[in-house]
Design a protein around this ligand. Structure first.
Ligand SMILES: CC(C)(COP(=O)(O)OP(=O)(O)OC[C@H]1O[C@@H](n2cnc3c(N)ncnc32)[C@H](O)[C@@H]1OP(=O)(O)O)[C@@H](O)C(=O)NCCC(=O)NCCSC(=O)/C=C/c1ccc(O)cc1
Length: 690
């Protein structure tokens, strides 16, 4: 659900945002980690790998894997994959048949379950109930499902249905620090927010048997020797409650730096036999040659200059021994500065995103010990993620992320942000509203002076809608709901979302008549299953789709046009015709569509909420953004400043975006129904003659 306002008539935004922001910087309030049970010692790994892949005959390759394992500085690693699982899924080893489906099937439950194990530890340490988590940021490249691992995790942990979920996919080894960076922005921008960050990676997505030809298997041997399975979670929030919450690290500043023309150096891609990662031999030298420059740029606004690196503590992503050596050399760090990263690499291997949270977990124990000794305490430190560029095509192919830095002092506060990017996948039809919500939650325009947020939702960049399979995207039983057309029309379409809106088929009469109220189709009839099935093709119409026959276009504010251009399903006024003269301000409002009374809340709506309901909300509901109408602006903005009680009612205005593929939507919908019913009752009671 996302509310938009017209800045021409709702200029109170700045005051309201100021009220809703946290006072202090975000802190890490709890950390938890988890690994699968199957542990393999690195010295045994080559024997184990060639035995389970039935490749014992490849003696030279096995000798190479032994050499690489020996040089990896890894002692042991944990794996979800076991011999039994491989026996049950022989396709995982057979390179002649696709295996993505099998991998996806296992990961659909394994990833959220391992993540839940880590997250429940983080929540227990945080000390407050899971229901008080307001935001969830989950990051993984181990599988791509819709709903994603975040949805299942929320259910496993018993989070509230209104928790704001965001999935980060394909951030590779920098995903842990990227998720923390996002959590910091959310926590600082939303008063009282408590963000659960959860990352998990299982090497099952990239495990495969050797080809048998040494040249083809070089990269495979490095992957097999390097990566391990793990999950890590952290609770992040600002303004900790003294008696309950115990912050470990305060997050001062977050930034991201990309090195141009390096997209090929740490690239990964989904294939029909799982994820393939290309670890370039140039990566260590790239890190060594660029790390100081990246750090200097990120830390200059904080007054930390090159040469002071040894005064900081370091949590560097343990990407591999040469990577850590390169960071050490590039920054001229004293030996031992990266001990925590080296320890995590040794104990677990490279777990990609979760690794950096494991490193923080190690570091904080030592910092606590040193605090007790009152010796050698370093006030400020750096979390450094090193990872691949964003998936090509979503962002310019010429840019690759190499550094992701976060500073973690215990005291000072500052803010800097440099061109960070986030890739959200598998949010399905709600991706437009999700991306806009993220931009709103992060409110970079407020958090970072001069920042401008680019929200990009290109349809063709969705690798996962329903589930990413060997044969492409699979919409599950939701297809009928998602499409504005009959299912068979979709088959002729090049786009996973069905034919474009301009398709002449859409202007022709539908084969079956729509119900009188187009929104009625969405509400399940009595005795019907809640989710319509594709094999029972009721003529569903996406409630937020614009009608096929368009009304004459009224002018729309630029922000709406922009949002609408990015998300064709967003219910916004139709596009301005280029032939119409542009009016400078206060465009005439488009007449809203008239859904029947029962379903009116499914469209843009203004709901007046009674004071009793409002008093049961947190100061900012995780489900709803309130925008104040101009008439209420003063009364809404002033009470907090004056210490007076909240106003009696808010108006919610704007388009409602629904997370169709989440069962939670129905709960949200039911809640809106209840609010409406209560409001109706109250209105009719107050208007009835005494
Ligand atoms: C343990 C290694 C593999 C070897 O140690 P070394 O000190 O370099 O030793 P050598 O130079 O003697 O190399 C040993 C052998 O390994 C081979 N090798 C050495 N790097 C290579 C090489 N990148 N290729 C292919 N053969 C090689 C090398 O050719 C040599 O082969 P041989 O002469 O036959 O023994 C070491 O190089 C190492 O840890 N490398 C991995 C570093 C690395 O790229 N880490 C990833 C960091 S970034 C990250 O984590 C991103 C994750 C990600 C995840 C998912 C995604 O989708 C996207 C991204």
């Amino acid at each position: 659900m996302f509310l938009v306002g017209n800045p021409a008539v709702n200029p109170s935004k700045g005051t309201a945002r100021h009220m809703w922001r946290a006072d202090g910087a975000a802190s890490v309030l709890g950390i938890g980690t988890a690994n699968p049970a199957n542990c393999v010692r690195q010295e045994d790994y080559a024997d184990y790998y060639f035995s389970v892949t039935k490749s014992e005959h490849l003696g030279n390759l096995k000798a190479k894997l032994k050499r690489i394992c020996h040089k990896s500085a890894i002692q042991k690693r944990y794996f979800h994959l076991t011999e039994e699982l491989l026996n049950d899924h022989p396709e995982l080893l057979d390179r002649t048949v696709p295996s993505l489906d099998a991998r996806q099937g296992i990961l659909a439950s394994a990833v959220p379950e391992l993540t839940a194990a880590a997250a429940s530890k983080a929540i227990a340490e945080w000390g407050r109930p899971a229901t008080e988590i307001t935001h969830l940021v989950v990051s993984t490249f181990s599988g791509a499902h819709m709903p994603g691992a975040d949805h299942r995790l929320a259910s496993l942990l018993g989070l509230r249905p209104f928790v704001r979920r965001t999935m980060l996919y394909m951030h590779g080894c920098s995903s842990g620090s990227a998720a923390l960076r996002m959590a910091k922005d959310i926590a600082e921008n939303n008063h009282g927010a408590r963000v659960l960050v959860a990352c998990a990676e299982l090497t099952l997505i990239m495990f495969r048997a050797p080809h048998g030809q040494a040249n083809n298997d070089d990269e495979l041997m490095v992957m097999q020797a390097l990566f391990g399975d793990g999950a890590a979670a952290a609770v992040v929030g600002a303004d900790p409650i003294n008696s309950v919450e115990n912050p470990d690290f305060e997050m001062i500043s977050a930034s991201q730096t990309t090195i141009p023309d390096t997209a090929h150096l740490a690239a990964g891609q989904f294939r029909d036999d799982g994820m393939l990662f290309h670890p370039s031999k140039e990566l260590p030298s790239l890190v060594r040659d660029n790390i100081e420059h990246c750090m200097a740029g990120a830390f200059a606004p904080l007054g930390i200059t090159a040469g002071g690196w040894n005064d900081l503590f370091w949590a560097v992503h343990p990407g591999g021994r040469p990577i850590l050596d390169s960071v050490e050399a590039g920054l001229r760090l004293e030996p031992g500065k990266l001990w925590a990263s080296r320890k995590v690499l040794s104990e677990y291997g490279n777990m990609s995103g979760p690794s950096v949270i494991f490193v923080l977990d190690e570091l904080r124990r030592t910092l606590e010990d040193k605090d007790q000794d009152q010796e050698g305490r370093q006030e400020m430190g750096v979390v450094l993620g090193i990872g691949p560029g964003s998936p090509s095509r979503l962002w310019s192919a010429h840019w690759s992320q190499v550094g992701e830095t976060t500073a973690w002092p215990h005291t000072a506060r500052a803010s800097s942000l440099r061109a960070p990017h986030r890739a959200l996948y598998a949010h399905g039809c709600s991706s437009g509203s999700a991306a806009l919500r993220v931009a709103n939650d992060l409110d970079l325009a407020v958090n970072s002076h001069g920042a401008r947020v680019l929200t990009v939702i290109p349809e063709t960049e969705h690798p996962a809608a329903g589930r990413l399979r060997e044969d492409g995207l699979l919409f599950h039983s939701w297809s009928a709901v998602l499409s504005d057309t009959e299912p068979e029309n979709k088959e002729n379409s090049n786009s996973p979302w069905g034919p474009p809106v301009s398709d002449p088929k859409l202007t022709q009469p539908r084969r079956r008549p729509s119900p009188a109220c187009p929104y009625a189709a969405w509400a399940p009839a009595a005795g019907q299953p809640a989710r319509p099935r594709i094999d029972a093709p009721t003529p569903f119409r996406h409630p937020l789709c614009r009608p096929a026959v368009r009304t004459p276009p009224p002018p729309a504010p630029p922000i709406l046009s922009l949002a609408r251009a990015f998300h064709p399903l967003l219910s916004l006024p139709p596009r301005r015709s280029p032939s119409l003269p542009r009016k400078p301000r206060r465009p005439a409002a488009a007449p809203p569509p008239r859904p029947c009374r029962e379903h009116r809340e499914l469209r843009s709506s203004t709901l007046v909420l009674p004071a009793e309901l409002l008093s049961s909300f947190p100061s900012k509901s995780p489900a709803i953004d309130f925008s104040f109408p101009a008439s209420d602006r003063r009364s809404a903005a002033s009470p907090k400043l004056a210490g007076e009680p909240r106003p009696n009612s808010f108006s919610m205005q704007g388009a409602l975006g629904f997370t169709y593929l989440s069962g939670l939507t129905r709960l949200a919908q039911a809640q809106v129904h209840r609010w409406n019913a209560t409001a109706d009752r109250r209105r009719s009671a107050s208007s009835s003659p005494h």
